[in-house]
Design a protein around this ligand. Structure first.
Ligand code: SF4
Ligand code: SF4
Ligand code: SF4
Ligand code: FES
Length: 911
């Protein structure tokens, strides 16, 4: 408590931490000094002067927001002189301000005007001038409008964009009273603004307001505000849904709590319009004579149960399989896997994690005993070195990227490993651009340098690695072949760059790795992650705050769906299905005989589709997934789905996959449910219902529960989702201490084994989760890929995401704001290749692989290497998975979405 100081404010004695901001200390003690330019998340500006105070020993009036407290400080916050001055300052600001409000925003300025009795112009001493100043309105952005006549020049928007989001888009133009905010060099719409809306959220006057739904909030205030979690990526941002007439009209970031502390990206803020889309599925649909016709729930559910039972009886339990969903809650997913294991009687249950991070999880489980991210998002702000590999993190996990950028501002070195340019390269100290598929060689090369330069942490290896220095020597022997020159030949990266990155990573006090699908979606995915972990272990860069390895998850609940057992290999809590004791424990909680649970490992996602293709799988239940777009080798997927005897798809929209269904069941969207998601930090957070589902759509877990009962395998009746979560906690040791009441305000990071455990922000601090408690080195050699270019297929195609769309676009494309930003497939090609082939930017082209062909638009760009192409995988009209292969990483069974040999030809007008 040495850093505590005592101060007085208006005679009140207050304890505070030395160095705390005086305005904040006053607020915490309910002394509400007025302020406008100050915001907790920003450096103080001292522009509005409303927070003036008198501080004994200091001359003049002192802005409280610019002062830090020190012991013995005596502060006067309120007296007649201070209040008169504040009133005068507000009066002055009002003269330049257009007060007209459409009530569509929170107006801090108006609240102060009322507090100081200045609502009536007759009470003011300054005349209104703003109309004579000719302030402009900038309406050029797809998502916001700036009205300079409402701007009080407080700098909050500029600092929000710079300091919180790290984007530096805004500045002032003109001088004095006529100055106003501009985006980029002139207007928002032509600037680098990506629509995150941080400036909107922090503007205190409504000078910057959201465009979508502005008209609805004009007439009346919202009906309710509901805190829940973002439905897009695995950052798991806390959002507040503002609801009017059962419609989401606004999304705010929730300030002051983890993981995002109010920050959002464009998808979180402007991407929830889809919930109210007219395209939603609202009634069960049964396919009759090739056409879908509406049906009642009883008819549809009876038919589903009868068909699944018939397949079981005729072909056995393992002829059935299910895909669960990373978009659904833990409660939905838990009930889904319980259903597959009890009613179907098989472990054939999997979901999209197999398509994104299965290799990461396999390697992390093998080396560290745990497949989840080892650290917390806030660690990026304090790490000394950040290595981002195979992740275009500004577009895939935009809020995590804001923490990375703040880390760089705080002095962290940033290393990027990516074959394609990403926007984060602008912030990097070194960018290593390996040829596609050569990551293992590069990582072995980095280790070669680390070892040669004696940057190894021997104590860590001796104490925390299985086999100690002996195991290290085996790795050393292998990586000794990877000299910088050899690695340069394989990867195309200059030896000096490899050298420089190795030193940065190994010598930093704490180095943190963010991985991505660039390395995981390869046939060598597991090996690449093994190599990365080897590097963490020999340098001791894991097991402490700010050091470790983190695979940011692609979807909102990828982590949770694994945690609650949607896997062919494990029960909830990562307990192998093959172990008798585990089976007995799970069966006891589920109140069934352990004999009823299969002890055989089930099929993974791609294996399920392959088995459907060969006729082994006859019936499938797909909840909230769209394998027609997301699985590799689309033609193969189509044939597999066509072969099925019976397919049920439960979703919120018609998709490319529902077309193949025999029965479609309408589920509920995230904003229509209660439950939980788990983010990439292992944080279990609350999802809350804000609006009712449309038509007859139902909660997903209730639909599954109904089918189970009708198949003759009733699952316990649950009063509500909290009871399901309590059962999850009982089965899942890592969540045993978590319950809804504990995560009411903020989520808890697992492992949380007991009710009084605070949760775990950093894994492996004392031991690893392997049986010995020590991590395992897994030396791996670089093996060239089987997929080769040839005269017919001279390019290697890489695929990935963009900021404004999400996965197969099922939800993201149903938001006008997002499609206004980006709505068009493209393929990037290096200018040298374009010149050789006589292609022009913007030209329509056909891309062909050994698997299939698609049309798209060519974009000539230096973002890719010569000989390589890049395409976003979102767009159904150019489905890149028609091109990709279903060869699998032998360990994790992930498919190599990132590397496909292709050729590009010009499209003729008639194509
Ligand atoms: S919306 Fe985001 S990126 Fe655009 S100006 Fe505002 S803070 Fe900056
Ligand atoms: S737009 Fe809003 S936040 Fe920005 S300077 Fe003006 S009043 Fe302040
Ligand atoms: S970063 Fe991810 S979780 Fe956060 S708002 Fe954006 S999409 Fe949602
Ligand atoms: S809030 Fe302190 S000067 Fe504006």
């Amino acid at each position: 408590m040495n850093d505590m100081v005592t101060i007085t404010i208006d005679g009140k004695i207050i304890s505070a931490r030395s160095g705390e901001n005086l305005l904040e200390v006053a607020r915490q003690n309910n002394i509400l000094i007025p302020s406008l330019c100050y915001h907790r998340k920003l450096t103080p500006t001292g522009a509005c002067r409303l927070c003036i105070t008198k501080i004994k020993g200091m001359s003049g009036l002192v802005a409280a927001c610019t002062v830090t407290v020190s012991d013995g400080m005596e502060v006067t916050a309120f007296d007649q002189e201070l209040e008169d001055t504040r009133r005068y300052l507000l009066d002055y600001l009002l003269s330049e301000h257009n007060e007209a409000s459409d009530l569509s925003y929170e107006d801090e300025f108006k609240a102060l005007v009322t507090r100081y009795g200045l609502d009536d112009p007759a009470t003011r001493q300054f005349p209104s001038l703003w109309q004579s100043l000719g302030y402009p309105i900038d309406d050029s952005s797809p998502v916001l409008t700036y009205d300079a006549s409402k701007c009080i020049k407080c700098f909050r928007c500029i600092k929000a964009c710079d300091e919180v989001q790290g984007k530096n888009v805004l500045s002032f133009t003109n001088r004095g009273i006529t100055s106003y905010v501009i985006g980029g060099f002139g207007v928002w719409g032509e600037s680098e603004c990506d629509g995150c809306g941080e400036c909107i959220q922090l503007c205190p006057t409504g000078a910057i307001v959201e465009k979508p739904n502005k008209d609805i909030l004009q007439t009346a205030r919202a009906d309710k505000r509901v805190k829940t979690l973002c439905p897009y990526c695995g950052v798991g941002c806390q959002i507040e849904l503002v609801v009017k007439n059962n419609r989401i009209v606004r999304v705010n970031g929730v300030e002051g709590i983890k993981p995002n502390d109010g920050r959002l990206c464009v998808k979180g803020r402007f991407g929830c319009e889809f919930v109210g889309s007219r395209d939603r599925l609202t009634r069960p649909l049964i396919k009759r004579n090739g056409q879908f016709v509406e049906a009642g729930w009883d008819e549809a559910l009876d038919l589903v149960a009868a068909k699944f039972n018939a397949i079981k009886e005729k072909f056995g339990n393992d002829a059935l399989a299910g895909y669960s969903s990373a978009k659904c809650t833990n409660e939905d997913n838990y009930i889904f896997q319980k259903f597959i294991r009890t009613a179907f009687g098989t472990n054939n249950v999997d979901y999209c994690t197999r398509l994104c991070h299965a290799s990461t999880v396999t390697a992390m489980l093998g080396s560290l005993g745990d497949g989840a991210g080892s650290n917390s998002i806030e660690d990026y702000e304090t790490a000394d070195c950040i290595l981002v590999i195979g992740n275009n993190i500004i577009e895939t996990h935009p809020v995590t990227a804001t923490f990375v950028k703040r880390g760089v501002v705080n002095g962290a070195k940033l290393i990027i490993i990516d074959p394609k340019w990403t926007p984060l390269v602008k912030y990097a100290d070194v960018w290593l651009q390996p040829r596609l598929g050569t990551d293992v060689a590069l990582l072995n090369g980095l280790m070669h340098i680390i070892i040669s330069e004696n940057l190894v942490d021997k104590e860590f290896i001796k104490n925390r690695v299985e086999g100690g220095m002996q195991a290290f020597e085996k790795l050393n022997e292998l990586v000794s072949n990877y000299t910088p020159e050899t690695v340069s030949d394989i990867t195309g990266i200059a030896p000096e760059k490899i050298q420089s990155a190795a030193g940065m990573y190994a010598e930093a006090g704490r180095s943190l790795i963010a991985t991505g699908m660039g390395i995981s979606q390869q046939v060598t995915g597991t090996h690449t992650v093994f190599s990365l972990i080897n590097m963490c272990l020999i340098t001791g860069q894991i097991g402490k705050v700010g050091a470790g390895i983190n695979p940011p998850r692609g979807q909102n609940n990828v982590q949770g769906a694994s945690d609650v057992g949607c896997s062919p290999l494990i029960y909830p809590g990562y307990i192998p299905v093959t172990d008798d004791a585990n089976r007995k424990k799970v069966a006891a909680i589920w109140q069934i005989s352990s004999e009823a649970l299969s002890g055989d490992i089930g099929l993974t996602t791609v294996e399920i589709m392959q088995a459907a293709h060969t006729g082994k799988i006859k019936g499938m239940y797909i909840m909230g997934e769209n394998p027609m777009l997301t699985d590799p080798n689309q033609n193969h997927t189509r044939e597999a789905l066509e072969q099925l005897e019976f397919l049920v798809v439960q979703d919120i929209f018609p998709t490319e996959t529902t077309e193949f269904a025999d029965i479609i069941l309408p589920g509920a969207a995230f904003a229509e449910k209660n439950g939980t998601f788990v983010n990439s930090d292992r944080r279990v957070g609350r999802v809350r219902k804000a609006v009712d589902p449309p038509g007859a759509a139902r909660q997903d877990w209730k639909i599954i529960w109904e089918i189970a009962g009708r198949m003759g395998f009733p699952i316990n009746p649950y009063q509500d989702e909290s009871e399901i979560f309590d059962e999850i906690a009982a089965v899942t040791p890592i969540m045993a201490g978590i319950s809804y009441d504990r995560i009411e305000k903020e989520g808890i990071q697992w492992p949380c084994p007991t009710k009084d455990h605070p949760g775990t922000s950093t894994l492996f601090q004392d031991k690893f989760n392997t049986p010995s408690g020590r991590a395992i080195l897994n030396p791996v050699d670089y093996v060239p890929q089987n997929e080769k270019t040839s005269a017919d297929y001279p390019f290697l195609l890489n695929t990935g995401r963009i900021l404004y769309q999400f996965h197969s676009c099922t939800i993201s494309r149903r938001n006008k704001a997002l499609t206004d930003f980006a709505n068009q497939s493209y393929a990037l090609m290096h200018p040298e290749d374009a010149m050789k082939l006589d292609f022009e930017n913007g030209e329509r082209v056909k891309i062909l692989s050994r698997q299939g062909e698609i049309n798209t638009i060519l974009t000539v760009s230096e973002e890719v290497l010569p000989g390589e192409l890049f395409m976003p995988f979102h767009y159904s009209e150019s489905p890149v998975n028609r091109l990709t292969r279903d060869e699998l990483d032998p360990y994790s069974k992930i498919a190599p979405f990132k590397l496909t040999a292709c050729r590009v030809i010009k499209l003729k007008n008639e194509d």
